[in-house]
Write a protein of this length. Sequence first.
Lengths: 182, 218
Amino acid sequence: MAEQLDDIDLVNQFKTANKEAAFTAIIRKYQEKLYWHIRRLVIQHEDANDVLQNMFIKVWKSLDGFREESQLYTWLYRIATNECLTFLEKQKKHSGLSMSDETYNLSNTIKANDHFDGNKLEWKLQLAIQQLPEKQRAVFNLRYFEEMPYEKMSKILETSEGALKANYHHAVKKIEHFILNH
Amino acid sequence: MKKENDIKNELTEISRTVADIPSDNPHAADIPAGYFEQLSGEILSRIQEDEKEELSESLKSVRHINVYDVMENYFSHLDEEIKYRIKDEPKVISLNKRTIALRYLAAAVIAGILGFSLVNLYINYKEKAALRAENELAVIKAKEILNKGSFNIELNSLKEEDIVGYLAMSGDDAHAALVASSIDEQNLPEAEEYIYNENTLNIFLNELNIDHQTPNNN
């Protein structure tokens, strides 16, 4: 029943009525989209699971103060993206990796996947994405995999639509270059 | 549909190579079975655990905050104050018990006085010996009490101080000494013990035709 409610109703229900039921409905509505958004950025399932759970716990704590003029959907994505970037930043600091080391590290993680096949384009694409800077990676993922309009991306990443278009263009060109050369 | 086409066209314009990459998700195979079904429950459990921890943390944080205050230097003088109070605390023996005990003492003493005096009188009378002055006084007093039937009244009219004084003074009197030895309040026996020799006294009192009543029949 709660799953059929729109975001405004779910938020109102969370604030005024059955908190847990409303929150469960919100998780179920967005968990898969958010999981994949996170997973593409942090690569490993265990890390994606940690980031996703932590992100939803933050949502639980902040939802009472959520202003309804912004969309729940974009708000969730913004929290998820920030959590990913924070996670990657921590990992980098923790292991003392530079940007190129981190790219190498994430590429190795992909290659270590049981299903990895270096001859398949979809796996090559995954390796190519890891060459991008973190924020550009997020822009590419949201546009390419989730087909998100620039307007929404702008709210999530708090960047102008023009800057996002330029970012996406550069990202695609870098990926093309990687695929053609590997 | 238009949105998807727009995005596809945009990508094709930038790079046909990237646009032609199959959109299959290569990571889809390594998600644990039932992951999304269980995720919301898992997250809610973690939230509940976190909230419990936060609550116990906030309780911990107020553990050492004392909302009550105490006079300055209260604890530095507390031990002295307690010692002082222990030292000055009078031994608590209820007035009732003390009074009853003294009444028994008085009964025993008076009975003793009467008994000894009257025994002496009786013996002396039988032997036709001269009465001593104190015996005469005792006999007079005893007769007066007997005539008036005022044994209990006389007994109750005695002051505690007089009884104690008499007991101290009459150390050579066997009965009085016996009773006086019990005057130490710390070893004060139960009331019944004061009349342990009541039978003996009763014999004399009966022989002298004294209507003996126990003091607690007042």
